[in-house]
Design a protein around this ligand. Sequence first.
Ligand code: NAD
Ligand code: IPM
Ligand code: MN
Length: 353
Amino acid sequence: MARHRIALIPADGIGPEVVGEGVRVLRALARKGRGLSFAFTRFPWGSDFYHRTGRMCPEDFLERLRPFDAILLGAVGRPDIPDHITLNQLLLPIRRGFDLYANVRPIVLYEGLESPLRAYKPGQIDMLFFRENTEGEYSPIGGRHYLGQPGEVAAQVALFTRRGCQRIVEAAFEAALKRRRHVTNVTKSNAQGHTLVLWDEVFAEVAARPRYRKVKTAQYLVDAAALEFVRRPDRFDVVVSTNLFADILTDLGAGIVGGLGVAASANVNPERATPAMFEPVHGSAPDIMGRGIANPVATLFSCVMMLEYLGEGRAARRLERAVRGHLARGDRTPDLGGTGTTRSAGEDVIRRL
Ligand code: NAD
Ligand code: IPM
Ligand code: MN
């Protein structure tokens, strides 16, 4: 019997509320599923830890996380500490330090949810994002000079490597083989003629491989892609894009399928060299923290992705059915127009397992 070692980093704002519910649901799933077992270890890192120690987490945080099979993270960020400090000391260094280069984000219009795009009914929006997660516009290379002077300058290098482009595009094509066999490439190579032309060339090389001859492709500039997301989201199956563009497009994607309360994500190293990290797409939502009304569904769908990753396909499908049942027929949290709470939504999912 495999006992899965899960590191929990609830961190800030609504993070502890939604991760708490995730753990309750996973424990309930383990009680029902023969042979399924978890060992959870909670790390008290985040903004409280920063106020006590001056850092978001201990210096050896990657070494402490490495023995785990997976990480479940809540959200990082609090209004009283600058975001570039909190995020660059905890979330982003895990993604980069563990080389979790594929940020996988499903955008699905589930039964029971209403898209602001009235023409679209459940099932008609179903895409899977592959966001490059380790380089691109998020590279920490750069600096500021002549601080506070009129001639002050700041530079942040958008860094693209052939290897970095190739491996995320490959991951997207591999996923497409198991779906509707369509990959859309989103860049901005009309303006960014060095980095994103390299990306587009690599995309074309991968697309031309015999292994992917049955996969159809499409190509959009990111501005046109944003338009098309709202006009014809059914045109997209797998989408591959850069770190920053896909960050923005996946919030837009969440917006057309019911909001951030349902948007899940996985940060994975497909070679499985390091523990993968699962987290809701949303942030710490300081505007609703502590009120018990945060939607736990994004975290629960992230747990579904974690179960798949851990090789627990049956348990993953069981949990996914229960969460979908909750969305279709349960009392949902206020962000989805219901009167439910974080806890009651989690309990409803547990009843449906
Ligand atoms: P946010 O995602 O925290 O919130 C945006 C809006 O969505 C808010 O109105 C919020 O109440 C709502 N919302 C988000 N999650 C919800 C949920 N589960 N249920 C119900 N409503 C929900 O984004 P923001 O306000 O731009 O950022 C707040 C903080 O979080 C910042 O410090 C930011 O840097 C950080 N952040 C962290 C992560 C992360 O840790 N992965 C992601 C995004 C933002
Ligand atoms: C996300 C978040 C992060 C990102 C921020 C908080 C750095 O917006 O996971 O989507 O941009 O990757
Ligand atoms: Mn984001």
